[in-house]
Design a protein around this ligand. Structure first.
Ligand SMILES: O=NC(=O)[C@@H](O)[C@H](O)[C@H](O)CO
Ligand SMILES: [Co+2]
Length: 405
């Protein structure tokens, strides 16, 4: 008699920031965890899981990962979208966790085994001005990082994306009653940021990967011009240069610049990036297990991407819990077209709630050898951090026009 799922519960906790986790338990006493965190809309996913998904999981065979994925995807009728796909992702991650634990091996072994020594990561150097960013780049390089993302305050503007208020930890979702509002000038940004890249390359040279996130804020033409302007600084990637709903807009960027493009953290299925990949309009795909249907669907996307020379660059910000980070690292270890992994370390409280086997060493994350994902959730400790609504910021142009955050 095969095993059965006998318990499915959603755990919402806020150790420094909100996380939603699905925990499945089988009749054989094997548990699996899945990240279901959607930053700024957490309870929408928690409710979707609790009300509509968990009741359907009870009694199902945990070994049937593919059938369960299709049951939840095709069975929802209303396909795709961040809430549905984060819910399916959590189930998928938890079932892979159970399968690998049952097989007595770390998940990457089940996904085809080790394809590299470690998962090269990039850290987030940021500052209110260029000197502060340079100090942070130095600190990351001293800690052995081989890749660093740089984000800087823009003279004349207040808070901007990617610049943390406290020097140790970046958490953008801060608005409890309503979103924080920021003001933006693309002209000021385009004028200033090349100076940041010049200062970084002048001081640290070219033998590490330099990255930057434009966070959806340019028009395709501005992105094409900006990409061309910064070619001399040899970025490893320019991220989210323009909103990617219009996938064909990236043809304009690709026609004008060889600066590599990374897109995809807001995507939730292969249909969001099918054209970007098959027309080679991007160089890195940034989907991550929690937002893009779990281990199974992200694996499909990166294997499709491999056909077109597009590499992985999974999203790994603080709002991906250690459960998602672990799933990403197991995928990173086993795929052929690994590119780079984002790694924004979590708070001590988060690491206490989500104890994990993965660890950082010599510029890489390593999955560890615990069976499954290698993550355990301390439910008692989790309960001491109650949910607290936290909105992501809203961004307007200087004249008040709603813009992209
Ligand atoms: O590349 N990383 C990012 O763009 C992140 O910082 C996102 O703004 C947050 O994960 C949104 O919740
Ligand atoms: Co980004």
């Amino acid at each position: 008699m095969s095993d059965r799922i006998v318990d499915a519960k959603v755990i919402v906790t806020c150790p420094g920031r909100n996380f939603v986790t699905l925990k499945l338990t089988t009749a054989d006493g094997v548990t699996g965890l899945g990240d279901a965190t959607l930053n700024g809309r957490e309870l929408a996913v928690a409710t979707y899981l609790q009300e509509y998904v968990c009741p359907l999981l009870l009694g199902r065979d945990p070994a049937q990962i593919n059938d369960t994925w299709q049951y939840l995807y095709r069975g929802a009728y209303w396909r795709r979208g961040p809430v549905t796909m984060a819910s399916i992702a959590a189930v998928d991650m938890a079932l892979w966790d159970i399968k690998a634990k049952t097989a007595g091996m770390p998940l990457y072994q089940l996904l085809g085994g080790r394809a590299r020594d470690g998962v090269t990561v990039y850290g987030h150097a940021n500052g209110r001005d260029i000197p502060e960013v340079l100090d942070e780049v130095a600190a990351f390089l001293e800690r052995g990082y081989k890749a660093v993302r740089v984000q800087v305050g823009i003279p004349g503007l207040g808070a901007v994306y990617g610049v943390s208020k406290d020097r140790t930890f970046y958490e953008p979702a801060t608005g409890t009653d309503r979103p924080e509002e920021t003001r933006w000038s693309t002209e000021a940004y385009l004028h200033f940021v090349p100076q940041l890249f010049a200062a970084v390359r002048d001081r640290f040279g070219f033998d590490f990967h330099l990255l930057h996130d434009a966070h959806h804020r340019l028009t395709p033409t501005e992105a094409a011009k900006f990409g061309k302007r910064i070619e001399e600084y040899d970025l490893f990637w320019l991220e989210d240069p323009t909103p990617a709903e219009a996938q064909d807009a990236f043809r304009i960027i690709k026609q004008h610049t060889t600066t590599p493009i990374a897109v995809g953290e807001v995507f939730n299925t292969i249909w969001d990036c099918h054209q970007l990949i098959s027309e080679r309009l991007i160089d890195f795909i940034r989907v991550t297990p929690v937002h893009a249907g779990g281990v199974s669907h992200v694996k499909r996307i990166v294997e499709f991407a491999d056909l077109y020379g597009v590499r992985s660059g999974f999203h790994g910000a603080t709002d991906m819990s250690p459960v998602c980070m672990a799933a990403a690292i197991h995928l990173d270890m086993s795929i052929a077209n690994f590119g780079l992994q984002e790694y924004m370390h979590h708070t001590e409280e988060t690491n206490a709630v989500f104890r994990h086997a993965y660890y950082f060493a010599d510029g890489c994350l390593h999955p560890g050898d615990e069976p499954g994902l290698g993550v355990t959730l301390d439910e008692e400790l989790a309960a001491t951090f109650p949910y607290r609504r936290a909105y992501l910021p809203v961004n307007r142009l200087l004249d008040g026009t709603m813009f992209h955050w």
